[in-house]
Design a protein around this ligand. Structure first.
Ligand SMILES: [Zn+2]
Length: 349
């Protein structure tokens, strides 16, 4: 039952995000919170006899979830799954991880750097196989999921090494997310919003280590974050390479730690990649630009693995559309937007 509620909610969330991106000031933030509230309301643990699990699970799932078996590496489709969505417990549908914290660890098992919420997983000691490891189990049904190691990426430094068979993926409608930074997020959000195949763009902060940064902190340059945008797009309609094309034609990509008159590390340019394939595409694109002879300075875009994206305060979302007469918007954002979209007319909605 809960599975259906979750699915319905994700569909509703997609609909809201697509149909009224700014009129009601609906943002991903609200929808995420709703998703979180609905799906994390359980109180009771699920304690069932083995006969129940034998009936409910496949043989492989049973051997992993209930008997702590481990699947062969590079064997499960979730290992290379790059789609946006949630990973639930295959035994009880408890939400365990989101795609936004998934990374390619190279181990052959689906890897994440942070659980979905406080009641996703529990950690216990596992001294089997002559090793001392931290076992990860589902906090609701105690099903064995995998282990956690302290060699993961920032910001947690953890690697939750999961068995794909322990998980159940629930994806959004063919949707992927990427995070880009290129100066003031008001401007960049507006540029990417008008692309065909882009469902939503959210302004926020990324690239730093401080948790839950505010605009005041980031804007004043007192954090290591940069203003950034998270783009949700349909890869069937716009490719990652096309997004890169827009990015490299949307601002001054040679400016170090700034964009125009906005100067400071909070305005630096960063491309966050979700996987090795994206990194390769970025590297190739930069090499192509450097070899083009078009730039007399080095490309100043940082290329970093995806890290946690913090959604900015509500009043920053769709700022240009909602505040067309604001001074900065008139003198900086709109001219920048108009200049940028001339570079890729074929990609516009
Ligand atoms: Zn479970």
């Amino acid at each position: 039952m809960k599975f259906h509620i979750l699915l319905l909610n994700i569909l509703l969330f997609s609909f809201l995000a697509c149909s009224s991106p700014y009129q009601n000031n609906v943002t991903f933030e609200n929808e995420r919170i709703e998703l979180l509230e609905i799906d994390t309301s359980w109180q009771d643990k699920i304690i069932k006899p083995n006969s129940y699990w034998k009936k409910k699970l496949t043989k492989t799932q049973y051997s992993i979830l209930r008997e702590k078996d481990t699947e062969a590496p590079f064997n499960h489709v979730y290992n290379s799954n790059k789609k946006a969505g949630l990973y639930l417990c295959a035994g009880c549908d408890n939400p365990l991880f989101t795609s936004s914290t998934k990374f390619n660890s190279g181990t052959g098992w689906p890897s994440f750097w942070d659980p979905y919420f406080g009641k996703s997983v529990l950690i216990g000691a596992d001294n089997s196989l002559g090793m001392s490891r931290d076992e990860v189990v589902c906090a609701r049904c105690d099903g064995h999921l995998g282990h956690v190691f302290s060699d993961g990426p920032k910001p947690t430094g953890l690697r939750y090494c999961m068995n794909g068979e322990s998980l159940k993926f629930v994806g959004e409608n063919n949707s992927e997310r990427v995070v880009f930074a290129q100066g003031c997020f008001w401007c960049v959000e507006e540029i990417f919003e008008v692309l065909n195949g882009v469902d939503n763009v959210v302004s926020g902060y990324a690239g730093g280590t401080e948790e839950n940064p505010s605009y005041k902190q980031v804007g004043s340059g007192s954090t290591s974050h940069a203003e950034a945008i998270e783009i949700s797009y349909n890869p069937d309609k716009i490719s990652y390479e096309e997004l890169l094309k827009v990015y490299f034609n949307a601002g001054d990509i040679t400016q170090v730690n700034g964009q125009g008159n906005d100067r400071g590390t909070q305005y630096r340019s960063i491309l966050f990649y979700n996987n090795a394939e994206q990194k390769q595409q970025i590297d190739n694109y930069i090499k192509m630009l450097e070899n083009s002879g078009k730039y007399n300075k080095k490309i100043a875009v940082e290329v970093l693995p995806a890290s946690k994206f913090y959604i900015a305060e509500k009043y920053h979302q769709n700022y240009v559309k909602l505040n067309p007469n604001q001074g900065y918007v008139r003198s900086v954002s709109i001219p920048r937007y108009e200049k940028a979209i001339k570079n890729f007319p074929e990609l516009l909605k």
